[in-house]
Design a protein around this ligand. Structure first.
Ligand code: SF4
Ligand code: SF4
Length: 195
């Protein structure tokens, strides 16, 4: 199966998209001169459809649809290796993060299972103050219809005491929930302002 994709550039140059990525990531995309350091540092290129330097190039070319529907932006682990090694001091990780937010907003996310994982992960953090892994896995499996996914690992991780049967409720849980509430209300205000 062909994994890396080639793209025929066409007349879809979207300048507004470039400005929006710059605004939302706080990074100047035109500074990228395609040295390739980010891709050389990235441990996940083997599952990407476009290596991260190509994502940067596609943004420069205003290829909104290709970028926002890419698998790469969702498989990025936000490890920051690319940002650390960029000779132009571009925070590439922040660019990838901004692209994920935009992809969600536009409803063109390419990997639905990842969207479910993000939603449930954040719900868990909001509820318990930190993620409750033991509760997260079955819910994600149920929602994605892959009931036994990774279940064979359960005995090993329980034995190694890496997972707990009950959630640990942290101090400051309410404060963490308040951060989510503030963000959600800011988002609603922003949408209302735009609409
Ligand atoms: S490391 Fe920086 S300059 Fe080099 S290709 Fe990646 S983003 Fe562009
Ligand atoms: S932050 Fe994402 S794109 Fe950058 S090196 Fe890590 S996994 Fe790759």
């Amino acid at each position: 199966m062909e994994r890396l994709r080639t793209l025929t550039l066409n007349n879809t140059f979207d300048e507004h998209f470039i400005r929006l990525v710059e605004e939302e990531s706080g990074q100047q995309i035109s500074k990228c001169y395609q040295c390739g350091n980010c891709s050389a540092s990235c441990n996940y290129t083997f599952v990407y459809d476009y290596p991260v330097n190509q994502i940067m190039r596609l943004i420069q070319l205003g290829q909104k649809a290709a970028v926002l529907s890419s698998r790469s932006i969702w498989l990025c682990a936000a490890c920051t290796a690319c940002s650390t090694r960029c000779p132009c001091n571009i925070e590439v990780t922040r660019v990838m993060e901004a692209l994920r937010v935009m992809s969600l907003r536009e409803g063109i996310i390419s990997i639905k299972d990842v969207e479910v994982f993000y939603e449930e992960f954040l719900k868990s953090v909001k509820t318990f103050g930190r993620v409750f892994e033991t509760g997260l896995l079955p819910i994600v499996n149920l929602r994605t219809g892959r009931l036994t996914n990774d279940m064979e690992l359960a005995p090993k991780v329980f034995k190694a005491r890496k997972l707990h049967l009950l959630p640990s409720i942290i101090k400051g849980r309410k404060e963490v929930a308040a951060i989510f509430d503030r963000f959600e209300s800011w988002q609603h205000q922003k949408m209302a302002h735009k609409g």
